[in-house]
Design a protein around this ligand. Structure first.
Ligand SMILES: *Cc1c(COP(=O)(O)O)cnc(C)c1O
Length: 322
């Protein structure tokens, strides 16, 4: 097994906790949570694990400026600028959306952390990102491009190692359920399951993509991760379980289901999930429990990927408060 170069930023291992009151309220199965919302970098989240390896990769290229892109409330962008600061680098974020009059939640934190923001439309984002990179290079800023969501094979490998971490904690689970979007977290977990022999199933709740399109991409990325860390393993599309029944009103649109999940987690367990990712995945998991998708004697581990700063965005808190 290859150990990729990393910088140590995250607080690892993240804790695993039981959710007995939520388990009881929903009538089982047994629920656990893996607290990757507590990775410790500027409010944490799953991108911190990936960035440990991506920043090391950037340093090996002599980079001085990290550049990445995301949506206006991107958790990935917030953690990228924080990681850049920890590594003594600059950071340019290409954000899709309108520059807000009053930056809030993640965008506020991006600015607090000293990110340079470049605003663009979703359609133009790829071009703007390339242009931003070229300008930084021409200006002698030694840029390094962090892929969308940190989901290159190197970034995704962090979640293969995370499965090893979970196993070393002595945690056994029949299912791992989590929010999947750019696919790196899932690809890493699928690779990690194969590489380290984790027995449970890895089920991604899709946030914004139809499964038919998404699963092939995650399969390829998972294969790349196994190739990077070991010999290529025989990963097939059947290993990539994605449920796309919970896309709701689309990306970053919090509906009643997400709102209910946020309240259930908060009021039964004092645990905060977010409006965009973990709230949607939690809503999907709750619905699957209500439909008896899991067996009563199974253990389901909800892998919390973070995102809580978005709870402070006005449009969400207004709806949550009712
Ligand atoms: C980015 C993100 C995800 C999705 O992870 P991917 O690796 O992009 O699939 C899930 N939850 C939160 C809070 C995120 O910020």
């Amino acid at each position: 097994m290859k150990e990729l170069a990393r910088v140590t930023i995250a607080h690892l291992p993240t804790p695993v906790e039981e959710l007995p009151r939520l388990t009881k309220a929903l009538g089982g199965p047994k629920l656990l949570v893996k607290r990757d919302d507590q990775t410790g970098l500027a409010f944490g989240g799953n991108k911190t694990r990936k960035l440990e390896y991506l920043v090391a990769e950037a340093q090996s290229h002599g980079a001085k400026t990290l550049i990445t892109a995301g949506a206006i409330q991107s958790n990935h962008c917030r953690q990228t600028v924080a990681a850049a600061r920890r590594a003594g680098m600059d950071c340019i974020l290409v954000l899709s959306g309108e520059a807000p009059e009053m930056p809030e939640a993640n965008t506020y934190l991006d600015l607090l952390l000293g990110a340079e923001l470049v605003w663009t439309s979703l359609e133009a984002r790829g071009n703007t990102l390339n242009q931003t990179y070229q300008e930084a290079e021409a200006a002698g800023r030694y840029p390094f491009l962090i892929p969308y969501g940190g989901s290159s094979p190197v970034g995704a490998a962090a979640y293969a190692y995370a499965v090893r971490e979970l196993m070393a904690q002595g945690v056994d689970a029949d299912w791992i359920v989590f929010a999947t979007s750019s696919g790196g977290t899932q690809a890493g977990m699928v690779a990690g399951k194969e590489l380290f022999g984790f027995r449970g199933q890895v089920l991604g709740i899709s946030i914004d993509e139809e499964a038919a399109k998404f699963r092939g991409m995650v399969t390829e990325l998972a294969k790349d991760v196994t190739k990077l860390l070991d010999n290529a393993k025989d990963i097939t599309i059947d290993d990539v379980l994605v449920n796309d029944d919970y896309l709701g009103g689309g990306y970053a649109v919090m509906g009643d289901a997400e709102c209910e999940a946020i309240q259930l987690f908060a009021r039964h367990e004092g645990l905060l999930v977010d409006p965009v990712y973990t709230g949607r995945a939690a809503a999907g998991m709750i619905d699957l429990i209500r439909k008896d998708f899991f067996k009563a004697d199974e253990t389901v581990l909800f892998w919390h990927t973070g995102g809580q700063p978005a709870l402070f965005a006005e449009k969400y808190l207004r709806k949550i408060l009712g």
